[in-house]
Design a protein around this ligand. Structure first.
Ligand SMILES: Cc1cc2nc3c(=O)[nH]c(=O)nc-3n(C[C@H](O)[C@H](O)[C@H](O)COP(=O)(O)O)c2cc1C
Length: 278
């Protein structure tokens, strides 16, 4: 059998070579930087060592009004950790990745350490999506997500120690819609929240930070979505269509964690793992 060239995703056990350890760790750091993050704050500090990549919280980028306890920050770092794991697997390395609650260093959220062993093929297969993925704020369609896709996602989320809960009953859907409206109303009534959101939606493009008008719906005050989306159009220059058609009739899921602590929040940021794949 021809050996798999291991600068390609190492998805088979026929792989006889792989990216060097320093290259693989650099790939992992590059991929981490492309992760989704709350308000695109990119609230991480990535530290490359010879044998590992450390992911630290960057508290200077924490949203102190929206996210005073750092939950969304930790979820964002969890997403960066996930991307890094994907890149490491694609570079031909297995990995040990564990959140590391350390009283001496509470901002060290995760260590990713390449180890001997077969890289996870399901993780490696996601590598091309890392650079393609983006948050989509265009209008929702009416179709429901297929049940088997939902089961697939729920299984992946469970592997990361979190829980994906489909909201099925009409009564529950209405409740989620109402709570979302209340949360949206109370956030927007807070001038400090609006100021913080404005500062992360008006960054100069050269910074590469924050949510630019090009990727948010134009909000003209007339739209009343049943399940409101966060209004990022702080300058009225939003370039996407105003109507999101976000209703309680569409697929609704809740992402929950078994505990409300930093390690669990990091887990909630990792949307999928192949830990159950073998
Ligand atoms: C924890 C977390 C919370 C987020 N909350 C919202 C949100 O409420 N509304 C929204 O439109 N996008 C939300 N996002 C998506 C981010 O705004 C998005 O990832 C960021 O702007 C970078 O853009 P990208 O995902 O296209 O790379 C959230 C992302 C994370 C990780």
């Amino acid at each position: 059998m021809q050996p798999t060239p291991c600068d390609a995703p190492a998805t088979t056990s026929g792989c006889t070579s792989r990216r060097s350890l320093p290259e693989a760790l650099e790939d992992a750091a590059d991929a981490a930087r492309l992760a989704p993050s709350v308000h695109d704050t990119q609230p991480w500090r990535l530290v490359l060592h010879a044998d590992r990549l450390e992911l630290h919280a960057d508290r200077t980028r924490q949203l102190l009004t929206l996210d005073p306890v750092g939950r969304a920050l930790a979820e964002s770092v969890g997403a960066a950790l996930f991307n890094a794991r994907v890149a490491l697997a694609a570079a031909g390395w297995a990995a040990a990745a564990e959140p590391v609650p350390d009283p001496e260093d509470p901002d060290l959220l995760a260590i990713l350490r390449p180890v001997e062993g077969r890289p996870d093929p399901e993780l490696a297969a996601l590598a091309p999506a890392v650079a393609e993925r983006h948050t989509n704020r265009r209008a929702f369609v009416e179709d429901e997500m297929p049940d088997d896709l939902m089961r697939h996602l729920a299984r992946g989320v469970a592997c990361e120690g979190a829980e994906l809960i489909p909201v099925v009953h009409e009564r529950h859907r209405q409740l989620v819609a109402r709570l979302t409206q209340q949360a949206d109303g109370s956030q927007n009534a807070d001038p400090a929240y609006r100021a913080e959101l404005r500062s992360w939606t008006t960054k100069p493009p050269s910074t590469g930070d924050g949510v630019p008008p090009a990727v948010v719906p134009h909000v003209d005050g007339r739209q009343h979505d049943d399940v409101p989306l966060r209004d990022f159009d702080s300058t009225g220059a939003g370039a996407l269509p105003a109507e999101a058609h976000s209703t309680s009739a569409q697929t609704l899921v809740l992402l929950a964690t078994p505990r409300d602590d930093q390690a669990a929040w990091v887990g909630a940021g990792r949307p999928w793992s192949a830990c159950c794949s073998s």
